[in-house]
Design a protein around this ligand. Structure first.
Ligand SMILES: Nc1ncnc2c1ncn2[C@@H]1O[C@H](COP(=O)(O)OP(=O)(O)O)[C@@H](O)[C@H]1O
Ligand SMILES: [Mg+2]
Length: 372
């Protein structure tokens, strides 16, 4: 396998138990970004080499969905920690020996490479979207962290709002073909359909929320929009789709304000579609991750938001943890080092590691496709 390009990103036999995750740095060509000696801002190595592209392999077969677990990391708001969470979980899972690819789908605000301590990559998602490369595997970059690949975000005029429908559909279907155990997707802020569709790439995305009214409010709106959109997509050609469309307009005159109202309206229209819709609703299992907590009461935010979602929105949300606000995050940022390599033993580092461990256990909620 030594000559297999994939082996460089996903080399096996990494389980030395070491937490540094930097053993392959020299081979990757992006090593200085992770040099262990960079313990102070003044020691930051200047990295001029852009991350190296994994050489493409001829792909004669039609790309098939891989068995990867896909987890989108969203949050209606910017600045809440989506990129920190995506890269940190990616690094942790890679250190547990999983083959991980993190994808910067924050079109218009791509910065995952920075969180990984890498200079601006030359090869990005734009190359795939604009068909300058054939396969999505051609834009997977080495990160210098064993088992962890990166698909960097676009650095041009491409934003979620100007992504055309067919471009989005192609991108979403190809992401599922990336060969990995885990694919983590960092999605942008906002609640437009384009953003929500990335979140719905799997039914168990992680919503990052900070204990601030605007973030909490955004998260509820995001969840409600995602839920309606999930149902709408599941209904395909059914006439009940119209009812979901009406529900998405919060000022609709049908009196549909909550998902409960919607399920009732559809059941009234057609009992069997109503039952199917309930089944679809059960498969939607987003997870909440509270970030930047500062006070003991913040620890309870995830649980209480999950309760509100269940009671008032009829959405079964699982609170999966609380990450404290931690100065070591910006310290790592200043050193241009990935947080989980710089401060794994900090309070935030340990909390993120716990979340990563919880992702290692297989989900008890099968995806719809597997259930049917
Ligand atoms: N738990 C935390 N403790 C301290 N700073 C944090 C924490 N989480 C995120 N930050 C900081 O907040 C800022 C926004 O984080 P980022 O991951 O870029 O957010 P997003 O991707 O949601 O826009 C960054 O400067 C990051 O270092
Ligand atoms: Mg970000």
């Amino acid at each position: 396998m030594g000559s297999d390009p994939k082996a460089r990103v996903f080399s096996t036999g990494a389980s030395s138990g070491s937490w540094t995750g930097v053993t392959e740095i020299k081979a990757s060509g992006v090593a200085p970004a992770f040099a262990e000696s960079a313990s102070s801002p003044s020691a930051v190595p200047v990295v001029k080499t852009a991350p190296r592209r994994k050489p493409s392999t001829p792909n004669h077969k039609k790309a098939q969905p891989s068995r990867a677990r896909i987890i989108a990391v969203g949050g209606g708001k910017g600045g809440v920690g989506k990129s920190l969470v995506t890269t940190s979980l990616g690094i942790s899972l890679a250190q547990h020996g999983k083959r991980v690819v993190v994808i910067d789908a924050d079109l218009g605000g791509a910065n995952l490479h920075t969180c990984l301590g890498l200079p601006t990559p030359e090869t990005t998602l734009s190359d795939f979207i604009a068909r300058r490369v054939e396969s999505i595997e051609d834009v997977v970059l080495e990160t210098g962290v064993r088992n962890l690949g990166l698909i960097s975000g676009a650095h041009d005029h491409l934003t979620a709002s100007n992504l055309k429908y067919f471009q989005k559909a192609r991108l979403l279907s190809r992401i599922a073909t990336v060969d990995a155990d885990y694919i983590l997707l960092d999605i942008g802020a906002g609640i437009s359909f384009n953003i929500v569709d990335f979140f719905l790439i799997s039914e168990q995305g992680i919503l990052v929320v900070i204990p601030e009214p605007s973030s909490i409010e955004n998260a509820y709106r995001f969840l409600k929009m995602s839920f309606f959109r999930h149902l709408w997509r599941g209904l395909k050609a059914s006439p009940a789709r119209k009812v979901v469309e009406q529900a998405m307009d919060q000022k609709n005159n049908q009196g549909i304000r909550t998902p409960f109202d919607l399920l009732e309206a559809v059941e009234h229209l057609d009992a069997s579609t109503g039952r199917y819709l309930k089944e679809l609703a059960l498969a939607f299992r987003p997870r909440l991750l509270i970030n930047q907590s500062r006070y003991p009461e913040d620890e309870r935010l995830g649980g209480s938001m999950a309760m509100v979602c269940r009671r008032h929105l009829g959405i079964d949300v699982e609170a999966i943890g609380t990450i404290p606000f931690d100065d070591s995050v910006w310290k790592a940022n200043r050193k241009r080092r990935p947080f989980m390599l710089d401060s794994p033993e900090s309070t935030a580092g340990r909390a993120l590691e716990n979340v990563a461990r919880s992702l290692l256990t297989p989900s008890t909620y099968p995806r719809l496709a597997e259930k049917r």
